[in-house]
Ligand binder design. Structure first.
Ligand SMILES: [Zn+2]
Length: 139
């Protein structure tokens, strides 16, 4: 199976927008790019996902997505978590420590989590309080 660059862009943008909510800020100052890395090993595709909120110091995270059916879903889920972790750190830092994404009713941010089926934001104190990151559709 193949994950195209534009699919990963949509996923990374969704993660970025979840960090921008509630909307005192928008995603506009955070320029995000996804590049295909050409050092992919057999059986996987590599991508470099960058968030440049304070140019020229790009924040980049490398992710690898399996092309085999058996590992594809899990590799995308863990890639989504890696992107979420990297973007979250940068956004929180850029906003002076603001909790993003906000955990409703709590002062702390939600934290990214993943298993072989998907990735999600969850409350660090109550994992039943969660918000889906990937897959993008259906529950
Ligand atoms: Zn919470």
């Amino acid at each position: 199976m193949i994950l195209h660059r534009r699919d990963l862009e949509a996923l990374a943008l969704r993660i970025l927008l979840s960090l921008a909510t509630p909307t005192e800020i928008d995603a506009e100052p955070f320029a995000m790019t996804v590049e295909a890395a050409d050092d992919a090993t057999e059986g996987s595709h590599g991508f470099l996902v960058k968030l440049a909120s304070r140019p020229p110091s790009d924040i980049g995270v490398r992710v690898s997505v399996s092309t085999t059916e058996e590992y594809f879903a899990a590799s995308v889920a863990f890639a989504a978590k890696a992107i979420a972790d990297a973007f979250q750190l940068e956004v929180i830092e850029s906003l002076g420590g603001a909790a993003r994404p906000s955990c409703e009713g709590h002062a702390h941010p939600m934290q990214a989590a993943a298993d072989q089926h998907g990735a999600w934001w969850e409350c660090p104190r109550d994992s039943s309080r969660c918000r889906r990151i990937w897959p993008l559709t259906h529950d």
